[in-house]
Design a protein around this ligand. Sequence first.
Ligand code: NDP
Length: 276
Amino acid sequence: MSDHYAVVGNPIAHSLSPHIHCAFAEQTGEDLLYSKLLAPLDAFAECARTFFTEGGCGLNITLPFKLEALDLADQLTDRAAAAGAVNTLLCQEDGRLLGDNTDGAGLVADLCRNLGWGIRDKRVLLIGAGGAARGALLPLLAEQPAHLHLANRTAIKAEQLADDFSRYGDLSGGGLQGLRSRFDLVINATAASLDNTLPTLPEQLFTAGGKAYDMVYAAGPTPFVHWARTQGVPASDGLGMLVGQAAESFYLWRGVYPQVAPVLTQLRRELGKKNN
Ligand code: NDP
């Protein structure tokens, strides 16, 4: 029987993960089954435990269960512990659950490998202070930017997060209003695009040659991507991050790193989008 994996969330119907992992499996010749699990909002742990008791090998976890998955894991990778959230569970040989967070690695892979936008020695602005921003901090700082500034609508959250991670690199935090500098790379890790809105940002945020990245992806340009492009700034949405985090999960589970680019191209085509 094929090894069984799944993505669990609520809602889950929209998830592209089965599509991505089946494409990875086909590409690498791995024999696996990947499905969607809708967990009741008050029964994530029960749903995940049942999946593993019945022989499931690994789970991807999406909203709103990433914090509950952290509690469920018996053991955490360093990046999951730093992120304070788990998006991947692996059932190890002894039955213990290893929790990982591959979101930040997926982001960095998309920025550096797919888009070819370096982070090293760049001035980076990360907007947002929720789970996605937290998960991105360690992988971004590992790339050694010249400076990373964290800005959030609720300033205190960005200040706190910057304090928590200051030992890992040159990092500061504050509100959106006080932004005065220019940045080589601006990453939107807020949920604003989901509401079709834009964080309140000042003019002249980008250096010459600056780039913009929105973690949200959509069938057309997100408000943030559109805003950047109207200023002549190259901008990408977060579809490559989604495929990148899936590739990291696939590697953790199967020990084989799939090629991201063909799957991303296929997804973009299917979403009826132009390449970002
Ligand atoms: P959270 O709910 O944890 O955090 C939301 C963040 O967005 C907070 O910092 C909040 O600010 C900010 N925010 C929300 N609305 C606005 C607005 N209108 N203006 C300014 N700031 C706003 O969400 P996550 O961190 O988990 O996720 C953030 C986004 O990243 C989501 O949209 C998600 O889809 C995307 N994502 C994409 C992934 C991918 O693979 N491409 C992977 C993971 C996440 P405040 O603190 O002031 O409320």
